[in-house]
Design a protein around this ligand. Structure first.
Ligand SMILES: Cc1cc2nc3c(=O)[nH]c(=O)nc-3n(C[C@H](O)[C@H](O)[C@H](O)COP(=O)(O)O)c2cc1C
Length: 554
């Protein structure tokens, strides 16, 4: 390595921290001080670099050397390698699992090179606790542009033309929501950033808030200017203490630099942001429940018919509620223009999608991909395929409200509409990969267990229907299923979808419906032959080789 000045970036995302990244950070600082290298070596913390499976991660710039699975013991050698006569440590490189070839630069690793990291462009590259880093990469330029070169209406037009759809699950056109809020009567208006993220297996909003909090704040301030609001809230669940901490630091720094508070940058526009910590109920992510929660009431969706939050939200005032990633996209759209944004993705789903890729896949982590990429590219190229020579069985997208899709969908493009057509959904961005050792009845049971517990209980179809579905699934996995159970599950699903008050109930049957649709043979094996083909349901495990014909039957 040369004797040029270099920066050692240490991922301090939640995953890497759990692997000891904080201690590695301190130890690197101490070692650099001990060897008096402060002039040529800078040690920096960053947010999540994405490849959580291989943490703790270190990147050395400007060469973009990538070290994974770093241990505290590696620190002295890493620092030695930064000396003028030093060489990068090959043993810490990523090694191609097939060829065994070392890959020194992260841009050459398949996990990274098929991604399109635009919203996540700063995550893993800047110190989220230092506004100077954010400003150095053009942070708050979009705010300046919006305030001084654009009218609020022009900002909304830009967002509308970009085709951005909300990334919190439903995919509602963002510009239309902003416009509805702007024209809604009333002087007092609010902005809410939804960082509740209750879906099991999802961590993309958390990583965005932890890794690049200023981008989220900048998007919110621009939204405030566009709709005419003076106050915003970030709703974060209290189980996300690192996100809360970094958002608090970011808010304080933004105030000090004049990006928040009174008369922002001398424009005459006043706007401030407060953090609200939720107690961690999945239903509080639903917009009307979230609004009540901030007001100090029990978080339950409002009964129908109800006005839209854009017209009557917080304290019945017009309120713009968007997801974390939706806000983080806004500075990019303002800076680079709607045409750039609309040029990526598919006809009806523009831009990128961010997924937490987890489960039975070789490379787990946080990924950002262009909308329209196929599931195969995500799972096999970026995810590196299924470990242990096992076969792919299904992928679950959309969290508990989504569905499980079999191998026949691997070449389907990932976008809002294709996923819904297949019976699943984009949701907030969880993507759980399952291999041949997964029992699909057990998976459906797992998600139903989650939704029945998280139902707010206010409407009967959701409260009792999900409970009843869970009991049927539980019976099936215990060998007590009856031949009529599949039809009963379908009937109950229909009643819950049509009778529930909010989307928690309306989508709760999705995992059951998709597993019946695509893996019916497994239900039949459990019910008719008292046998679990995947060998998961304990009461129904039979000797290998004694498999009845239902195996692999759809
Ligand atoms: C039960 C339930 C939970 C939800 N949880 C979240 C969540 O955690 N984060 C989120 O952004 N949206 C969540 N939503 C969707 C929100 O109600 C809302 O549509 C979204 O935050 C709007 O932002 P967007 O337009 O940017 O997508 C949830 C919806 C339901 C029904």
């Amino acid at each position: 390595m040369s004797n040029r000045r270099c920066t050692v970036l240490i991922c301090q995302g939640t995953g890497c921290i759990s692997g000891g990244a904080e201690q590695i950070f301190s130890s690197l600082e101490e070692e650099v001080t001990r060897l008096n290298l402060g002039e040529s070596v800078q040690i920096k913390r960053t947010g999540c670099h994405g490849f959580c499976q291989r943490g703790p991660l270190i990147v050395i710039e400007p060469e973009s050397i990538f070290y994974s699975k770093v241990k505290l013991d590696d620190v002295p050698e890493i620092v030695q390698s930064l000396l003028p006569e030093g060489k990068p440590l090959e043993r810490l490189f990523y090694h191609d699992p097939v060829t065994g070839k070392p890959i020194p630069h992260y841009g050459d690793i398949p996990f990274y090179n098929k991604q399109e990291r635009t919203v996540l462009r700063n995550c893993g590259h800047i110190d989220p606790e230092d506004i100077g880093d954010f400003l150095a990469v053009g942070g708050y330029e979009a705010l300046r542009k919006a305030l001084f070169d654009m009218t609020p209406e022009q900002v909304i037009e830009e967002v509308k033309h970009s085709g951005l759809r909300g990334l919190g699950g439903a995919g509602f056109p963002t510009g239309r929501k902003w416009e509805a809020c702007r024209v809604a009567p009333g002087e007092e208006k609010y902005i809410i950033c939804n960082g509740d993220e209750g879906d099991p297996g999802a961590f993309q909003d958390r990583s965005t808030m932890e890794g690049d909090p200023h981008s989220v704040l900048e998007g919110m301030i621009i939204a405030g200017y566009a709709i005419g609001a003076k106050k915003g809230f970030v709703y974060v669940r209290a189980e996300y203490p690192l996100a809360v901490k970094r958002l608090k630091i970011a808010i304080t720094q933004a105030r000090e630099e004049g990006f928040l508070g009174k008369d922002i940058l001398g424009s005459g526009f006043d706007f401030d942001i407060e953090i609200f910590q939720g107690a961690g109920a999945f239903v509080c992510g639903e917009s009307t429940a979230l609004v009540l929660s901030i007001q100090g009431k029990r978080g339950m969706p409002k009964p129908l018919p109800r006005p839209r939050t854009a017209e009557a939200g917080l304290w019945d005032k017009p309120t713009l509620l968007n997801n974390v990633k939706t806000f983080a996209n806004i500075p990019l759209i303002i800076n680079r223009g709607w045409k750039w944004f609309a040029s990526r993705g598919t006809e009806k789903s523009k831009g990128t999608a961010i997924f937490s890729l987890t489960g039975k896949v070789a490379n787990c982590g946080l990924i950002e991909v262009p909308m329209g990429i196929t599931l195969r590219e995500v799972i096999y190229d970026i995810g590196g395929g299924i470990p242990g020579g096992k076969a792919f069985k299904a992928v679950q997208t959309g969290g508990p409200s989504g569905g499980c899709l079999p191998a026949s969908f691997l070449d389907m493009p990932v976008d809002f509409d294709s996923l819904i057509t297949a019976g699943s959904m984009m949701g907030s961005g969880g993507m759980v990969v399952m291999d041949e050792d997964t029992c699909m009845v057990d998976v459906a049971r797992y998600f139903l267990d989650f939704t029945r517990r998280e139902s707010c209980g206010q409407c009967i179809p959701c409260r009792l229907g999900t409970e009843q579905m869970f009991e049927i699934l539980d019976d099936i996995t215990k060998g007590q299923g009856r031949p009529e159970d599949i039809e009963l599950l379908l009937e109950l699903s229909d009643a819950i979808i049509h009778g529930s008050l909010c989307a928690l109930g309306k989508t709760a049957p999705n995992p059951v419906l998709t597993t019946i649709r695509y893996f019916r043979g497994e239900y039949e094996a459990h019910i008719d032959e008292k046998w679990c083909p995947a060998g998961v349901c304990r009461e129904l495990i039979k000797e290998k080789g004694s498999s009845p014909e239902t195996v692999g039957r759809k």
